[in-house]
Design a protein around this ligand. Structure first.
Ligand code: ADP
Ligand code: ADP
Length: 232
């Protein structure tokens, strides 16, 4: 089934003559346990798509369903709880807290969700992303690739159904980017999670099952199992 489903989603910023239509009647389903890329020119609505699909922002009209749940039916509190427990986020700039250790960064979502951090699950997630032995360090002591591994571990620690990633390889060199893409792929194949990634990078897009192309707030194209020339 669909892990994420947008039905006639429109998002407008501002109103009247100055309104910007960031999403314009987007209807699309993202199948469970697949890796999907969202591509398109700057200003085409990719960030807005991710924000609405992840319940970080509410559409002006239309519905967003995650795991069959219509997000509009959730109160702000319930939506926050839903995000904390069932969705993971990875960002281009890693967004780690510099004053916390790697372990404290990884377990932050558990503490926010009011759940205890079992050291066994922290160790297994850290080992899964290749961070074993670095748990006592601080983010500033790590390379960019290691910091993104921490961010991925943090996104996976609650075992979310869907992981949303906004340009997760945008700040990384090509080799490190490959490693991060392999980790996201592993989340899909080994943990059956659904990964939705905004990217400008054709190489990153080639690691996915499906690419959704946006232009001017509309889905203009979909490509399954993209090849190099389809994502240029
Ligand atoms: P609709 O939203 O009208 O169903 P879509 O083109 O968005 O049309 O999706 C068609 C179907 O393909 C949906 O059931 C969707 O869940 C499924 N789908 C989504 N992603 C993939 C994928 N990576 N591989 C195969 N099927 C997919
Ligand atoms: P992309 O991620 O593809 O660059 P965005 O989703 O950021 O696209 O933006 C889509 C459109 O919505 C653009 O025209 C942008 O200027 C506009 N937009 C995005 N966020 C805001 C905002 N907070 N206020 C006003 N306009 C916005």
């Amino acid at each position: 089934g669909s892990a994420v489903r947008l039905t006639q989603v429109t998002k407008r910023y501002g109103d009247g003559a100055s309104a910007a239509v960031a999403l314009d009647g987007v209807s699309i389903g993202i199948q469970s346990a697949t890796f999907t890329a969202v591509m398109g020119p700057s200003g085409s609505g990719k960030s807005t798509f991710l924000q609405c699909a992840a319940g970080l922002d509410r559409p002006t009209s239309g519905t967003v369903q995650l795991g069959g749940q219509d997000l509009a039916e959730l109160s702000e509190n319930k939506l926050t709880e839903y995000r904390r427990t069932r969705i993971g986020f990875v960002f281009q700039a890693f967004n780690l807290l510099p004053s916390l250790t790697v372990e404290q960064n990884i377990t932050l979502p558990l503490r926010l969700a009011g759940a205890a951090a079992e050291s066994a699950s922290v160790d297994s997630v850290a080992a899964g992303v290749g961070l074993f032995g670095l748990l006592r360090r601080r983010p500033t002591e790590l390379s960019g690739g290691q910091q993104q591994r921490v961010a991925i571990a943090r996104a996976l620690i609650t075992r979310p159904e869907v992981v949303f990633a906004d340009e997760p390889t945008g700040a990384l060199d090509p080799d490190t980017a490959q490693d991060i893409l392999h980790l996201l792929r592993q989340a899909v194949t080994d943990l059956h999670q659904t990964v939705v990634m905004v990217t400008h990078d054709p190489v990153a897009a080639q690691h996915t099952d499906r690419v959704i192309f946006l232009d001017a707030g509309r889905v203009v194209h979909r490509v399954d199992r993209p090849s190099a020339d389809q994502v240029k």
